[in-house]
Write a protein of this length. Structure first.
Length: 192
């Protein structure tokens, strides 16, 4: 159950056996069924969750009432509304499971305890945040400065298994295009 997250941590820091045991003890393991809303816009986000198994999406509802997918989180990714979690302010986004999931969860208190007792994990969380900001920055650039086909290719490179795991309309909303146009892009991509 903890092997994946221990491997994740080991890429950033060297934990002793005692530190690893404490890390695993503090994490809350939770099985969550498909189509469960983990966070609703307007609520306060009280968790950071490591996706041990499954697929999750973060999305907003735009001014026309349409769902816009911001991000997918699959195995070995973390999911949270970082601004809401950090500031304890209302969340802007919704977070829902797209598959049955196994999550390892830290709430604010457990994360503070973890960082107080294993300070070297600050490095892991800092690197996680840097990777997240890099992904967001690249996504912003790609949204503004690339064609739909380039966005789709970037998506396939970033999330190679997602097209087989989630409904096409979620991918289309992530790319900012209609499901019909996504079908055309996919057909064009297969011809090449």
């Amino acid at each position: 159950m903890f092997q994946n997250i221990n491997n994740y941590a080991a890429r950033s820091v060297n934990l002793t056996e005692a530190e690893t045991a404490l890390f695993n003890e503090i994490l809350e393991y939770r099985k969550v069924p498909k189509k469960t809303r983990l966070l609703a816009a307007g609520d306060i986000c009280n968790f950071e969750a490591y996706v041990n198994k499954g697929c999750i999406r973060e999305y907003i509802i735009d001014e026309n009432g349409a769902e816009v997918t911001l991000q997918f989180a699959v195995e070995d990714w973390w999911v949270s509304d970082l601004a809401s979690f950090q500031d304890q302010s209302p969340a802007y986004m919704n977070i829902e499971t797209l598959e049955d999931c196994e999550l390892l969860i830290l709430n604010r208190e457990s994360k503070e305890r973890l960082l107080a007792e294993v300070p070297k994990l600050e490095r892991m969380f800092r690197l996680m945040l840097q990777r997240h900001l890099t992904v967001v920055q690249k996504r912003l650039f790609k949204t503004i400065a690339t064609t739909a086909m380039e966005k789709y290719q970037e998506f396939i490179n970033r999330y190679p298994g997602i097209p087989q795991r989630v409904p096409q309309h979620y991918i289309a909303s992530y790319l900012g295009i209609s499901p019909e146009f996504l079908s055309k892009l996919r057909a064009r991509g297969m011809k090449k």
